[in-house]
Design a protein. Structure first.
Length: 310
């Protein structure tokens, strides 16, 4: 069972990598990162490094969501459209294994992008804190690129090594960059929360994708994301302004949709300045994401199981 799920996940990741999805997202993030240096240079009276960190992490979170929505909305439909689902299910593979494997493959793709973008955010933040380009900010990139070149030349599969190289680059960059203080923690926390949020969003899109077209799936998923990002607001609607009916409806919706507001914490919380343990907050957010994604995957598998391919 686990071998079949892993094979589907790796194949999904390879397909996304062949379509240049992680590199496209990273290229867009790189463009925003370069622009953040210009914005920071024009931000008089503000810490340039902080401006760069905020802009690059916001880009990371946004593009991770876009990738999760686009990939999650098209995966199952693409197999049905190409008729590749028939030879897959003709093998001893259950439909729920296909759903779980596809989800893990998308999550692996978003993880690779998030690690690359997080390493870029650390490097650009370090550059924003000092004059010029410090060698410690680019040394991990040069080292990992050198190792990656050797691995990719020798490897038969040119995509799977990125599953190791991207996290390795993030760790190396976090260790090598200069004294960034709380900004280092802020960037790393954003990477973890973006991956956890993407797990939920991908699962949401796969629920809709199990019975709908990619366009409608993307529209419905975007609606769930917008509601989820404002779940706390819906749960606290003032009754004097909106009335008891709308307040009750808002609270009901807030309990039903995933609370994605957890994954955009205030800067003081993300930097560990607020009361309570940052590790506890991140752990609870990751556990919530894993639990919610699991429930959604069960629903998606049940819907996909009943779907008629004729």
């Amino acid at each position: 069972m686990f071998a079949r799920i892993l094979a589907i996940a790796l194949n999904t990741f390879r397909e996304a990598a062949r379509d240049r999805v992680p590199l496209a997202l990273f290229g867009a993030g790189l463009g925003v990162g370069v622009a953040s240096q210009l914005v920071a240079a024009m931000s008089l009276g503000r810490d340039r490094a902080e401006v760069v960190a905020v802009l690059t992490t916001a880009t990371l979170s946004l593009f991770a969501l876009i990738g999760a929505i686009v990939l999650g909305a098209s995966l199952l439909y693409k197999d049905l459209e190409r008729k590749t689902v028939f030879p897959i299910l003709a093998r001893p593979i259950r439909r729920w294994e296909l759903v779980v494997g596809k989800h893990l493959g998308v999550l692996a793709t978003i993880t690779v992008f998030s690690c690359l973008q997080g390493a870029l955010a650390l490097a650009l933040t370090s550059i924003g804190r000092t004059e010029g380009i410090p060698f410690r900010a680019i040394a991990p990139w040069l080292g990992v690129l050198a190792v990656g070149a050797v691995v990719l030349v020798r490897a038969r599969d040119k995509t799977t090594p990125f599953l190791v190289l991207a996290p390795l680059l993030l760790i190396a960059e976090a260790v090598a960059v200069g004294p960034l203080g709380d900004l280092r923690v802020f960037i790393l926390v954003t990477v973890v929360l973006a991956i956890a949020e993407s797990a939920i969003v991908t699962a949401v899109s796969m629920v809709f994708g199990a019975f709908s077209t990619p366009f409608l799936t993307a529209v419905l998923t975007v609606g769930i994301v917008l509601i989820g990002r404002n779940a706390d607001l819906l749960a606290r609607l003032p009754e004097r302004t909106f009335g008891p009916t709308l307040v009750a409806a808002g609270r009901g919706i807030a309990r039903l949709v995933p609370n994605l507001h957890l994954y955009v914490p205030p800067r003081a919380v993300a930097m560990g300045h607020a009361a309570g343990s940052l590790a506890s907050y991140v752990g609870e957010a990751v556990a919530y994401g894993a639990l919610y994604a699991s429930v959604l995957l069960v629903a998606s598998a049940l819907i996909f199981r009943r779907r008629d391919f004729a």
